[in-house]
Design a protein around this ligand. Structure first.
Ligand code: WTA
Length: 649
């Protein structure tokens, strides 16, 4: 079936989903209306599911001009208490909080109850305190997908320290930049990680990063047993440092607008931004979105395949599920090791009910054939989710038909690091689905489509996606640079939050994300600023200049397409292309490895020297027919050269 035909079709939620939902279509309409018309009352009610030390005095307390975002002002709470202790106190201590499935299918599964989680988090929290970590301090966490990563995050939340999780696949330089930006004196890491049998020397990366920036202490969790160097006075083994720490540790009362965590994400310019989330709003947003979108019921097994190093791991492995008292699976491995059926084998093994993953993973598994899926019993599945990038209707259909046997709803959830949690999605049981469309706004979300001049467009239309009102999960600033926060998100369309995404709204009010409209590319669901890859390329001694754009890629969604000009006297060639790929990998990390290197004698520039990226994007997309006006270029003939270079690839 052609993609277009699939996309036009409505797919009704299966009966089973409609019968078991917290929220049917009418309830959604009523709740959505109330969330917009009476936001204070609405969010006060949602927030009441949490335990507050002091209830908030003001619910919504924000302005987009000037930009000041606060929620639940006057309230105090502790998110670790809400995610862990509260369940133990309510007699749910023996419920499994986390199931750990290791990289090696024959390895040991760990099951951690809420009571066990409380003990582990207290042990980690007291160890951090003993090392000198205090309320407000920034703690960098770079860990494999093991329960200790969650313990570390929750331990920070417990004592009021601000965590900054750095994805374990980042290079030492990337770690150093992030440690330096938030002046984080403390680092928690593991000796090593293993992903698909491939070792990652995490502690060695931290050591290399600490050649460039200083830290007071590094706490090292023993995981793979790999040899590591321990610097006396600075580095501490967790299993040693945690010996004999006290068995209790009070949860620090935090103001609703006290910082909870920083998470670095790529922007269109310069260095990554430390997006800051605060305690109260983020807690309420992740609790509420998890509850309604995944429609979780006690006893169910929920699995989100994201890495803890990304916002999806923060909100939907740790804070959302645990606040709901859910049982969340944490998987250390990768989808295609030891074979392409690993995900489905895990679903069958643990009888997973809710499975939340990314289009890039779905596409890569789809390519390997249905046999890997059909050989496993997936009848436990009740709900499927997708996040990270638009899911193409063909992959959607495969997910629905082959994985879900046509009997399971799919939630295609659109959101961002900055939004804290899910913003646009269908709700299972409430909404028919349209393959490729994220669906409808979540409670309290006011999307607007705006044209280049800032005009708000009505009805079925296409434009730049803005959000006109604040919602509780909204990031409040960029760490240490509020001006950049204002510039990045609120200056293009004053008075609105601009997402950086393009979007279409259809006649049924469904939203279809069309992709980034800024210089950010989405590679396998990971955001990467083209400027970051460009700076890495020009660091190479043979490179004069580089321009990077996204190009369509079958599995990754977008691939990294690099136009490179060399210094005088340097010769292009496959050898140099491979060297540049390795160089970028080294500088940023494997996720930034260029897919295409296109050597060119020059770049299309205006007379004032500005690179015309629009032209580079079109050429990378193999779309030579609509390059637009090239007469303003300093040297229009470069366009032919670039097209020839593209065609000869
Ligand atoms: C894209 C990940 C279409 C979008 C949670 C957004 C999506 C960026 C979807 C944020 C989706 C995420 N459909 N596009 N369901 N989900 N995106 O900050 O371009 O890593 O702006 O957050 O991913 O990426 P981030």
């Amino acid at each position: 079936m052609a993609d277009a035909t699939i996309a036009e079709r409505w797919i009704e939620p299966p009966l089973q989903a409609r019968e078991h939902t917290l929220c049917d279509a009418d309830t959604y309409e009523a709740m959505y209306r109330r969330s917009i018309e009476e936001p204070d009352a609405f969010w006060d009610e949602q927030a009441a599911r949490l335990e507050w030390i002091t209830p908030p005095e003001t619910i919504a307390d924000w302005s987009f001009d000037p930009v000041a975002i606060r929620w639940f002002t006057g309230g105090t709470l502790n998110l670790c208490h809400n995610a862990v202790d509260r369940h133990v106190a309510a007699g749910r201590g023996e419920t499994i909080a986390l199931i750990f499935e290791p990289d090696d299918p024959a390895g040991e599964v760990r099951r951690i109850t809420y009571a066990g989680l409380q003990r582990e988090v207290i042990r980690m929290a007291n160890t951090l305190k003993q090392l000198g970590v205090a309320r407000g301090d920034r703690v960098t966490i770079t860990m494999p997908m093991i329960p200790e990563a969650a313990f570390a995050m929750l331990a920070c939340a417990r004592i009021g320290a601000v965590h900054s999780v750095v994805f374990g696949g980042f290079s030492p330089d990337a770690i150093a930049g992030r440690v330096e930006d938030c002046a984080s004196d403390w680092i928690i890491c593991a000796d090593g990680a293993v992903r698909g049998a491939k070792p990652v020397p995490l502690k060695a990366h931290v050591d290399a990063a600490l050649q460039k920036v200083a830290a007071k202490a590094v706490l090292v969790v023993r995981h793979t047993g790999v040899d590591v160097t321990m610097v006396a006075g600075r580095d501490h083994w967790y299993h040693e440092a945690s010996q004999g720490v006290a068995e209790d540790c009070p949860c620090e009362p935090m103001a609703a607008d006290d910082p909870l965590f920083i998470l670095y994400t790529s922007g269109s310019t310069g260095k990554p931004k430390g997006v800051l989330h605060t305690t109260g709003g983020y807690a309420v947003w992740t609790e509420t979105t998890f509850r309604y979108v995944f429609d979780y019921r006690p006893g169910e097994i929920y699995w989100c395949t994201a890495d803890i190093g990304w916002v999806t791991g923060h909100s939907y492995i740790v804070y959302g599920p645990l606040q709901n008292g859910a049982t969340a699976l944490m998987f250390e491995g990768v989808p295609n090791h030891p074979d392409h059926d690993r995900f489905w084998q895990v679903v069958a093994k643990h009888k997973v009910n809710i499975f939340y993953s990314a289009p890039t993973a779905i596409r890569s598994l789809m390519r390997e054939g249905d046999g890997h899926v059909t050989k496993h019993d997936l009848s436990s599945l009740r709900l499927l989710g997708s996040v990270g990038e638009p899911i193409n209707p063909e992959a959607w259909r495969w997910y629905h038909q082959v994985v879900g046997k046509g009997a399971v709803p799919i939630v295609d959830t659109w959101w961002q690091t900055e939004t804290g949690g899910i913003m646009i999605t269908t709700l299972p049981g409430a909404h028919p689905m349209k393959p490729g469309s994220a669906g409808r706004p979540f409670f309290g979300v006011c999307p607007q489509l705006v044209d280049g001049d800032g005009q708000v467009l009505d009805g079925a239309t296409e434009g730049n996606l803005c959000i006109s009102r604040s919602w509780p999960g909204q990031a409040t600033t960029i760490y240490g640079d509020h001006e950049r926060f204002v510039q990045t998100y609120f200056s293009t369309y004053p008075g609105k939050y601009f997402t950086g995404d393009g979007c279409r709204r259809d006649e049924d009010g469904y939203y279809w994300i069309t992709g980034r409209v800024d210089d950010v590319i989405n590679v396998s669901g990971h955001r990467l600023g083209t400027a970051e890859v460009e700076s890495a390329l020009v660091l190479h001694p043979r490179v004069a200049e580089a321009a990077v754009v996204g190009a369509p890629h079958d599995i990754k969604g977008q691939g990294i397409y690099c136009y490179v000009t060399l210094n005088v006297g340097e010769e292009p060639g496959e050898g140099l292309a491979a060297e540049l790929r390795a160089h970028v990998r080294q500088e940023i990390g494997p996720i930034a490895t260029p897919d295409f290197v296109h050597f060119t004698p020059g770049l299309p520039k205006t007379r004032s020297g500005k690179i015309m990226r629009r032209i580079l994007r079109k050429i990378a997309e193999n779309d030579f027919g609509s390059l637009g006006d090239t007469s303003t270029l300093a040297d229009p003939s470069i366009v032919e050269t670039l097209i020839d270079g593209r065609q000869n690839r």
